[in-house]
Design a protein around this ligand. Sequence first.
Ligand code: ZN
Length: 500
Amino acid sequence: MDPTLEKLSARVREVVDLRHAASILSWDERVYMPPGGSAARGQALAAIQRLAHERFTSADVGEWLEYAKAHADGSDAHSEATAILAVTARDYDKATRVPASFVSELAVATSAAQHAWRQARAEADFSLFAPHLDTVFRLKRQYVAFFPSTDHPYDALLDDYEPGMKTSEVQAIFAGIRPRQVALIRAIAERPQVDDRLLRLPYSEPALWDFGVEVATAFGFDWTRGRQDTSPHPFTESSGAGDVRITTRFDPQEPFSTLWATMHEAGHALYEQGSDRRWTRTALEGGTSLAVHESQSRLWENLVGRSRPFWEHFFPALQRRFPAELGGATLDEFYRSINRVQPSLIRVEADEATYNLHVMLRVEMEIAMLGGEVAVNDLPELWNEQMREYLGIVPENAAQGILQDVHWADGLVGYFATYTLGNLISVQLWDAFQSVEPSRDDLMRHGDFSPLLSWLRREIHQHGRRYMPQDLVRRVTGSGIDPEPYLQYLERKYREIYGL
Ligand code: ZN
């Protein structure tokens, strides 16, 4: 290998190694660390992240990248080396545009904002958080100015989570979803409601955990390259395809949330475990975007895990684990219970039919805030109006409304849309899989998920970050991100459950 290119690869390997170390520290912080460790852990993590940033953004990396571009021969535009170089250059460009002084200013501001947010939420008092939110958005406007100008300032924020995605595309997609999803929820509300009391019996936590492990194993989760623990907010943390960790939680009020979290995080983990070994310690390791990542978690959680064929296979096993609670229940009762639709105030508890509306409301607010079209103090009222229009319910206080998510306090603006985009992609993939595997539902009825996992490995997982997200979706499904399959899926599913 050319010695200059070897220097570039070696530096990237070092940076990826530092990120892997940070990832384990961060996992431990959220899973096992005693509270007393938080100050030292924060400092250790900041030191490693700063080191990784400095090593990656140093001037020599820029020179090596220039050299690599100048010496690339155009004949192998689609080679692996070209793909690695292109993604490394894109990451470098992004990382070097934002001055270190701004990064520290944002870190200080979001640390104060998180503190204020916790207090504001505990007291359900938005005014405690409002000045911090104002600062976060002021800094986000500054952040946008570090990048070349785009059609919409929000484009630069979206691009951090969903590379290549434009605000106008998101708005067009949302405009297509909104009326049909609102109409669906209203139609469901007029039908007799589903009784889901059987999900709220006193289920044993260890037995539900064991069942979740059985399901994740059936999905293909590789326990020699991953593990599961508990944490207050379920998440997936990866330090390369050989070590991918998921968490779940147990809530006695919603015992089955432990199972949905395991399925969801296992979906993220399968993506990470499936990244080709060729990309190990390169810029291509991991998943290509948050939306594509979310398409994997949603596919396993909802399209597989909340489907009737899946439970035709697994319900008898669940009944055997819970004879007292479910011995007398029918498959149909259980299936309807886990798919009950009920407009709720809290996004993370929302069902499939209402979830996207929670997301749209936030994205619309972010876009308006960034453009200076609404003032911070008007947000709670706007929130309530939108909730009434979309879901027909209004929070009693700001803690159940605008203060419920930590994202803005964390400085994460431009993130929410990826949840909905992931839902849409999940159904596009689900349909594409059925077109190559017409017996898809029968495979699920037999608990055989290996054809599905093999297909996802081949079409999505193995590529890591090689393709831009929309290009990847187009390669697999023949179209860009499209809401139509998702809307049809929802309408079909709930027509049957609610007799619409
Ligand atoms: Zn997720």
